[in-house]
Each structure stands twice: as structure tokens, then as C-alpha cells.
Write a protein that binds this ligand. Structure first.
Ligand code: ADP
Ligand code: MG
Length: 329
């Protein structure tokens, strides 16, 4: 079997806070194959961003990897030096964020920023880099790229800034693009355009995408495979078809039930009762049990492990068979 492009294995991450250490991610395991789109989905606070930052080697100083491995093309990333990671970032793995202004520097032109990235990784002249920057802007659908290349980020709309960030990320043709809620801050029409652009570029460039989102609509539109996270734990992993046809984890079912559909528009949506627990106060047993309609005594005391249930499908729930055997109409 072909080696996956990215393997995250048994990854645990914690933060030092004034209230003591808090666990943000516990024993997360998943992989991304070449040219595949994997979506990590889960409510806010489930550990999606922290996981992606740790892959990039960009965890903040108070964060710590307690255990696990991150393996990219057979190479252990956690063993790399700062310098080696700088080389990998942008060149092999690139990342885009929800808010482009956090990655774009307001005092440099769009062209300067794209070419700076190019020249860090490639031995090319300023003129060549500027020329490539224009090509990249064209590729991401920015009109009049020859003019826009000389503009500053504040002169662009939110959607255009997000396109510039994608252009920057793709400058060195990374094999993996990590996108953390890349369209959450955009209005619906622009969001659809940016997602469409990502799909098109993925086809053209053959890269893999690890797309982080809390929005199942985005998952349906983009994913090949889905990793569902809850309170720092991977609770389910399956193909996008399996997830939407028949989720095995009650949390995934809850997420699907609270998704707006054409039929439900106007009605009140069913939401999962309760809120995601704070890492300072994770419940014993299954972390989802206080919100779970299927919970039994076993769930209160004993934490389910992520079990392989066949076909590359995995779920961490004592009662997944109840959902598996359910009639789906
Ligand atoms: P998501 O992206 O799924 O919304 P995050 O990965 O941002 O969630 O956060 C996961 C958990 O880690 C949360 O409980 C959050 O409060 C905690 N966390 C994230 N960053 C820090 C930090 N710098 N210091 C302390 N806790 C943090
Ligand atoms: Mg996040």
C-alpha cells in the first residue's frame, strides 16, 4: 500500500495556562493521502486549529506536544529543527487561515508578499518573482493582476484578500494545503467562489487538502474523507458518503441533524443539547456523554477507544452499533 502523505499518530497537545495545564487534543490519529481532501469537522473548541498548527510547527509557546508523531512523506516533522520546518512550510505544506489579514502584512504590496515567499524558497530574481506573482494572481482569478500586484491588502475586498492568501500558499506548489476555516469570514456567495477555486486548483495542481471547518455544508461540498473531532478527540472517521448516509457516532448524527436543509428552512433546527465541555472540566468516561441521547452507565465511566469498524471507517462510541443498525429512511 502507498504511504500516506501525512500521518498524525496518537497526537496529544496541551497548553500551560494560569489555571494549570489544559489538554487541547488527546491521542488524535488520522491521515491524508496524496491528492485527497480530508475535512476535520467539529464545533468550536474541539481542537481543530491546534491540530493544524502543530502540523505546521506553529503551535504557540505555551503549547506542548505531549506525545505522538506527525509524519509527512515518511519524515517525522516533530524531529525537525526550526530551520528545517521553515523550509517545509510554504514549500511542501502551506496553510491558509480564516482571516487573511493575520497573514498579510499591511505595509507591503500584494506582489512584494507573494514574491518574498517565492524568493525564500526559490533561487530567482526579483523581476522573475514579480512576474510569477502576477501569474499566481491570474490563477486565483484576480482581475487586472498587473495592477493589483502593486496594491496593498487594505485596497482589496475580503474575498480578494482570501484569493491572494491562496496565491501565496500555492506559490511553491505545496503537496499539502491546510486550510483552517478559510471561508468562515466571507459572505455566502464569496464563500462558494473561494471553495470552487480551491477545488479547481486542487484538480489542476494535484495537491492534497486538509480542510478545517465547523460547517457540514462545506464538508459535503469538498471532502473525500471526514474526520470528526469532539472535545479534543477524534470520534469518527469515514468517507464523506458514509458520514452523510449513516453516521455511526451520536455526535456526528447531532451535527447532521442541526444542519440547515432546504426542507427545514424557516423551521427551528434541532441542535445538540448542551455545550462542548471546557478542557479544564472534561467529563469522565466518554466526553460526549452529557449531551448524548444514547448514553448508558458504561459511557459515564469508561472512555470508548477509536475502533476500526471495517472499510477504513473508525468510530469511538460504545453504542455505534445502535446507529449502524438503525433504519435510514
Ligand atoms: P477549534 O479550532 O476546533 O475551534 P482550537 O484548536 O482552537 O479549537 O482549541 C482547542 C482547545 O484548546 C480549546 O479548548 C482552546 O481553549 C484550547 N486552546 C487553544 N489555544 C490555546 C492557548 N494558546 N492557550 C490555552 N488554551 C488554548
Ligand atoms: Mg479553529
Amino acid at each position: 500500500m502507498k504511504e500516506p502523505l501525512l500521518k498524525v499518530e496518537d497526537l496529544s497537545i496541551s497548553f500551560t495556562t494560569s489555571q494549570g495545564p489544559v489538554s487541547a487534543v488527546s491521542s488524535a490519529t488520522f491521515q491524508v493521502n496524496a491528492a485527497e481532501t480530508v475535512c476535520i469537522v467539529g464545533e468550536s473548541g474541539s481542537g481543530k486549529s491546534v491540530t493544524s498548527l502543530s502540523i505546521m510547527g506553529l503551535l504557540s509557546k505555551t503549547g506542548k506536544i505531549d506525545k505522538g508523531e506527525i509524519v509527512f512523506k515518511g519524515d517525522k516533522l516533530l524531529k525537525k529543527t526550526k530551520k528545517q520546518m521553515q523550509h517545509i512550510r510554504g514549500n511542501d505544506i502551506a496553510m491558509i487561515f480564516q482571516e487573511p489579514m493575520t497573514s498579510l502584512n499591511p505595509v507591503y504590496t500584494v506582489g512584494d508578499q507573494i514574491s518574498e515567499g517565492l524568493r525564500f524558497h526559490r533561487d530567482i530574481t526579483k523581476t522573475e518573482a514579480m512576474h510569477q506573482a502576477i501569474e499566481l494572481l491570474k490563477m486565483v482569478g484576480i482581475p487586472s493582476p498587473e495592477i493589483r500586484v502593486h496594491e496593498y491588502p487594505h485596497q482589496l475586498s475580503g474575498g480578494m484578500r482570501q484569493r491572494v492568501m491562496i496565491a501565496m500558499a500555492l506559490a511553491c506548489s505545496p503537496e499539502l494545503l491546510i486550510a483552517d476555516e478559510p471561508t468562515t469570514a466571507l459572505d455566502v456567495t464569496i464563500q462558494a467562489q473561494v471553495l470552487e477555486l480551491m477545488k479547481k486548483l486542487k484538480e489542476e495542481l494535484g495537491m492534497a487538502i486538509l480542510l478545517i471547518t465547523h460547517d457540514l455544508g462545506v464538508v459535503a461540498d469538498m471532502a473525500d474523507r471526514v474526520v470528526v473531532m469532539y472535545a479534543g478527540i477524534v470520534v469518527e472517521e469515514a468517507s464523506v458518503w458514509e458520514i452523510f448516509e449513516k453516521p455511526f457516532h451520536p455526535y456526528t448524527l447531532g451535527l447532521l441533524d442541526s444542519m440547515p436543509t432546504i426542507e427545514s428552512s424557516g423551521e427551528r433546527l434541532r441542535t445538540i443539547k448542551g455545550v462542548i465541555p471546557s478542557p479544564l472540566d472534561f467529563p469522565k468516561g466518554c466526553r460526549f456523554h452529557p449531551r448524548c441521547p444514547f448514553a448508558t452507565d458504561q459511557c459515564l465511566h469508561s472512555e470508548p477507544v477509536l475502533e476500526n469498524v471495517g472499510n477504513g471507517r473508525r468510530v469511538a462510541c460504545w453504542h455505534y452499533q445502535t446507529l449502524q443498525n438503525r433504519e435510514v429512511i
